[in-house]
Ligand binder design. Structure first.
Ligand code: CTP
Ligand code: MG
Length: 181
């Protein structure tokens, strides 16, 4: 595969994992998942992880996988790249894994004394990637193996933090997010 093809496949395959966090920012609010519960004097997850944000995030990511399947053939021939289609399990796993990673990161942030919204460089940018890939590997191992080659994984690990920093800065500038990370 050329570098262009590798980057195109990596971005395409990860789109259902990229969208949930942004959808959650737009949809968030209402009851926090931890219901206000604390552990060792600190919130379990905090007010930044809500049922509504999580549900909308997962559904948005999974729905996007369906849209990508519909437009995939046209985009593939326009780019001259063989883009992957998403089995239902893979679309859901990418989206749910991304939300799960973000929730796990909040759990870690609270355990390390960071208040809601505090930055945790490294974790903030890669938490959702690791969980999205892991859950997809577990849910659709053959599909995972055929799409996420070592080259594609390397591109994902390099490009995702850049995209994450970029989109969050935009969301912050637009007033959608309280912090630029
Ligand atoms: N959000 C949500 N549910 C989620 C993830 C995000 O409702 N599962 C919404 C919340 O309104 C949250 C916003 O998206 O405030 C931004 O998400 P994020 O940066 O992940 O949360 P923070 O508020 O920064 O909290 P934390 O420190 O726990 O990351
Ligand atoms: Mg945050």
């Amino acid at each position: 595969m050329s570098l262009f093809e590798t980057v195109a496949v990596a971005l395409w395959a990860m789109l259902p994992a990229y969208v949930p966090n942004n959808a959650a920012v737009l949809a968030g609010g209402g009851r926090p998942i931890d219901g206000g519960r604390t552990w060792r004097g600190r919130r379990l997850l905090g007010d930044g992880k809500t049922w509504r944000g999580t549900a909308v995030g997962v559904l948005a990511g999974a729905a996007l996988a369906g849209v990508l399947n519909a437009v995939g053939p046209a985009v593939s021939s326009a780019l001259g790249v063989d883009l992957p289609t998403f089995p239902l399990a893979a679309g859901f796993a990418l989206a749910a894994g991304a939300m799960l990673g973000d929730i796990a990161a909040s759990f870690l942030k609270r355990r390390t004394g960071r208040e809601r919204g505090a930055a945790f460089p490294g974790l903030d940018q890669l938490d959702f990637v690791v969980f999205a890939l892991l859950l997809t590997f577990l849910s659709a191992p053959e599909w995972f193996g055929s799409v996420f080659t070592l080259e594609v994984l390397a591109v994902v690990v390099v490009v995702t933090p850049l995209l994450h920093v970029g989109t969050n800065a935009i969301a912050y500038a637009l007033g959608l997010k309280d912090e630029p990370w």
